[in-house]
Design a protein around this ligand. Structure first.
Ligand SMILES: Nc1ncnc2c1ncn2[C@@H]1O[C@H](COP(=O)(O)OP(=O)(O)OP(=O)(O)O)[C@@H](O)[C@H]1O
Length: 624
């Protein structure tokens, strides 16, 4: 590979702190790998003395593979690429061993005190209501944010508006329970490690002596506490080499804090700063537009993104009428290509993949889902719909009815449900309700009506059944009234119903519909090992990757950028909207040759606006 001057300078850097500030596709990872080689081969550094820290397990693995593939002659020399968490864990384990403590990690769903389960129980205990999966994810992010930013929970609650009731009490109860039972989660790994390094001089010296060179990839997404650990370890040699692109910082919500990057020379006055502004990845068309796009952010180091690559194809904005047209556009395009392994569909929110999976599968387009963290088919809305259907087929099923009685019409109270549980389980729940002592006539009428509606529901085909639940059984009303409380937009919830109807449309009966859901769930899960299809990924998970062709979908204002970021922007705060813009930029800069930005005019039968980022891009196109 012919390195440019900027890359060579960075690769040859040996001692002292250095920050490589680079643009996307500038070869940050490439430089880090070649510098590692240089340290070992040219400067004769023992490979065991070099610690390279990456953002995620998969990037540690990718980097190790890239290193081994390029430098085959070093394949039997141990080179350490590790995440900050796994590295911290080794320190924590050693400390625990020395002090005869046994910490238990509660991040696995198999653990009896699994973090999510524990938090759900604490939430229920304190707030007297169940927490939804999304809210739980939000709660976990907030806890992670507080720890990663090294905030005190009292200060945090005082200075921030959060939509989790009794956050402070939940946070404290969670901490107390873990401490008492020697349980830790991923965030604790970091807090414990920093505490250990601060109080155990023996371990601190041992760690400092172990590594002479520390390198950090994706420095922009390192959190405050992670940076503290790294700085503590590197001291006093301070042979710290960080590669970063502040424009690609997309984990602010989890505590990523590029401030230390922006203040690097204040922390290390003798630091070298290398700029790498040449992009080797993308066509000239893509690079030029991306450069102008990101310049609209105010919170950034100014860099000039450029490339010597030629023009290939202008970025295309594709406007479709409906989401279905969006899918059809993709299918039509993909059918023209043979190999899809170098193609990606990127989206802001995981939920965008639900209908897409159905459509791609039905059209025999192979796909690979990169970050299938949760099963979408286990979404609570899907579970609700299944509960409605189960009650329709067996109206004695109190357990299923309990999941939905307050989500449908009829105004049934919890006390009625508790009472009817004392009656025979072989009788219809509606007949049992009718026996409730002193029930008013109008209530009886409502319950009778509900009983008839559920009977009717049992006779409908899947598509009609979901529409019936939505409209006639007033599930839509429930979603509308509760969406904000749950922290969603009503639209995003409607999208799930829309996708379910899309799946239902092609099935003739409920068994077939359930089979189809299970099948889609199964192939989505299995697709993890199938890398020859088009890659489906959130932009967050596509970080660091590159594809010849990229299709960004669902580019609708309110979804991307999120309505929350728009609202805070309108109230004078730019940071959330700027993080959205960076995310958009990360998505666009994954493309080498083809970049299509796709939006739709109607979503859930409602007219929607194009993402404001598309307008910004159009004005960039027009000013050229
Ligand atoms: N000097 C060079 N000549 C040609 N190609 C290069 C050079 N340096 C890097 N590349 C190529 O450019 C692409 C981008 O490199 P790399 O993935 O290391 O960039 P990056 O800065 O880590 O990107 P990003 O931050 O956008 O994920 C890769 O395909 C890499 O092989």
């Amino acid at each position: 590979m012919n390195f440019n001057k900027q890359q060579l300078r960075a690769i040859r850097h040996k001692n002292g702190p250095a920050l490589v500030l680079a643009v996307p596709g500038a070869g940050k990872t490439t430089v880090l790998i070649h510098r590692t080689y240089n340290l070992i081969k040219k400067y004769n550094i023992n490979s065991l003395k070099i610690l390279s820290i990456t953002f995620s397990k998969s990037s540690a693995k990718d980097m190790k593979n890239r290193f081994n593939n390029i430098f085959t002659e070093l394949h039997n020399i141990p080179v350490k690429f590790s995440t900050i968490h796994s590295f911290s864990y080794t320190i924590l384990r050693e400390y625990a061993y020395k002090n005869n403590i046994k910490y238990n990690l509660i991040e696995s769903p198999k653990h009896p005190q699994y973090k999510n389960k524990l938090l759900k129980e604490i939430y229920l205990d304190i707030n007297r209501e169940y927490i939804t999966e999304e809210k739980l994810e939000g709660l976990i992010n907030i806890i992670g944010y507080v720890k990663n930013m090294m905030f005190d929970i009292n200060d945090f609650v005082q200075n921030n508006k959060v939509d989790i009731r009794n956050l402070k009490e939940i946070y404290n109860a969670y901490e107390k329970y873990k401490t008492k039972n020697f349980l830790i989660d991923f965030d604790d790994m970091l807090t414990y490690t920093l505490n250990i390094l601060n109080k155990d001089k023996y371990l601190l010296t041992k760690c400092r002596n172990k590594y002479d060179y520390i390198q950090v990839d994706e420095g922009q997404d390192t959190s405050k506490i992670q940076m503290e650990i790294i700085k503590t370890l590197a001291f006093p040699k301070n042979n710290l080499f960080i590669v970063a692109d502040d424009d690609q910082s997309i984990y602010g919500f989890r505590g990523a804090c590029p401030d230390d990057m922006l203040n690097f020379q204040k922390i290390y006055p003798n630091a070298k700063i290398f700029y790498m502004e040449e992009n080797f990845r993308s066509s000239n068309n893509i690079v030029n537009v991306c450069n102008n796009f990101i310049k609209q952010n105010t919170l950034r180091y100014n860099k000039e993104l450029f490339t010597k690559n030629r023009n290939i194809r202008p970025i295309q904005i594709v406007r479709t009428e409906t989401i279905i047209d969006e899918y059809e556009y993709l299918v039509r395009t993909f059918k023209k290509y043979g190999d899809l392994s170098n193609t990606a569909i990127l989206y802001r929110n995981n939920i965008s993949s639900l209908g897409l999976i159905e459509y791609l599968e039905r059209n025999s387009i192979p796909f690979y889902i990169r970050d299938m963290k949760i099963s979408l088919f286990n979404h609570w809305i899907v579970k609700d719909i299944l509960a409605f259907l189960n009650v329709a087929y067996d109206d004695t099923n109190i357990f299923e009815f309990e999941k939905i009685y307050y989500k449908t019409k009829g105004y049934i109270y919890k006390k009625y449900i508790n009472w009817i549980k004392t009656l025979s389980y072989n009788i219809s729940v509606f007949d049992r309700l009718l026996q409730y002592p002193g029930l008013r006539e109008d209530y009886k009428e409502r319950i009778n009506e509900l009983k008839i509606d559920f009977k009717r529901l049992s006779k409908l085909k899947p598509y009609e059944a979901i529409s019936f639940i939505e409209k006639d059984l007033k599930y839509e009303k429930y979603l509308k009234e509760n969406s904000i409380k749950f922290g969603y937009t009503y639209d995003s919830l409607k999208t799930i119903l829309f996708d379910l109807k899309l799946i239902a449309k092609n099935t003739s009966n409920i068994e077939k519909f359930l089979e189809r859901l299970k099948y889609l769930d199964y192939i989505s899960y299995k697709s993890k090992n199938k890398k020859n299809g088009v890659t489906l990924s959130t932009i967050h998970s596509a970080k660091g990757l590159e594809f010849k062709k990229v299709y960004m979908i669902d580019l609708i204002d309110g979804d991307f950028p999120t309505s929350n970021s728009i609202e805070t922007f309108e109230n004078g705060q730019v940071n959330l909207l700027e993080e959205e813009r960076r995310l958009f930029y990360v998505g666009m800069t994954r493309a080498k040759e083809v970049l299509d930005l796709i939006t739709t005019e109607y979503k859930n039968e409602k007219k929607v606006d194009d993402s404001r980022f598309l307008m910004e891009l159009e004005s960039i196109f027009n000013n050229k």
